[in-house]
Design a protein around this ligand. Sequence first.
Ligand SMILES: [Zn+2]
Length: 348
Amino acid sequence: MQFKDIVGQRDVINRLTEIIDSGRVSHAQMVLGDERDGSLALALAYLQYLCCEHRMHHAEGDLRADSCGECPSCKKVSQLMHPDLHLVFPNATTERVKSNPSCADFEGEFREFILAHKGLGTLEQWYDHLGVDNKQGMIRESDAAQIVRTLGMKAYEGGWRMLVIWRPSRMNASAANELLKTLEEPMPQTLILLVDDSLEELLPTIRSRVQVVRMKTGNGNRKTEGSEEFAPMLVGWLRMLFKLKMKELSAQVDKMAAMGREQQKQFLSYTLDVMRDCFLQTTAGLPCRIESGDEKFDAMFPNMVTVNNIDLINDALNDALFAIGRNAYGKIAFMELSFRISKALKKR
Ligand SMILES: [Zn+2]
């Protein structure tokens, strides 16, 4: 994982590389952010940069520096095969592991999961991957004891010892207590990175011992061009297409028709992008967020776009794009589009 693969976090990344370059890395840090914004990816890119043998510094562009991605250390970290990189994550009993589950039982699966989702997989997707229920996932005392043992040993490669604890809020109290000693007594050349999306569920004793790296939220790796501008309009419009109250819809269509032609085209392209993302979420489990600010809508809507209606939706949008490109009357084009999409959504 390199920093350049993480979208929308330039300031956070530049601050991190500055600190790493200056050698003032604090031994326990917490990357605070949603996986879909790249929190776990950022933690892994951080470690790759830390170990990289040929850090690259850029005079131009967004990022001041990045790992090279080519040296042996980079390769080992990016494949999650570095012998001094340890991963701790919530786990549970499964078909295969029927009792006393621990991270050690799922190392291979977890690596696979991270690589398959390019570090953007969510906790829910991980539980799906394991085939377990959300409530069961936990980091147990045995996992914490293993961490303490591992960090007590010498680094295999003589460099940094690195530990990523994904979702420390899933640690039970005894696990947290076990880990606390390690957080309290920094060891040389050892970095512990905690990754979670909220501080609230984290035990205060842990929270007070980590330095927090706060990510920018809601604009991460699936941000579509134009989303701030068009999202509220798109969401308002889609809501109407479920109910089809003509008076409201007509007013909405008026608003769309009042935009300039270029804006209308941008809005339609944006809508195409969003629909594609929704479809990818339903079929491939790729993270997608419309980011309307209305959580209920954002959680529900992607499920409406399926293999049964994606072609209809795409055709309708492309026809509207074509019509508007040919100077069609905006009001008619958007009204017709509304009916076609409304019909398509019912076919899911
Ligand atoms: Zn490198």
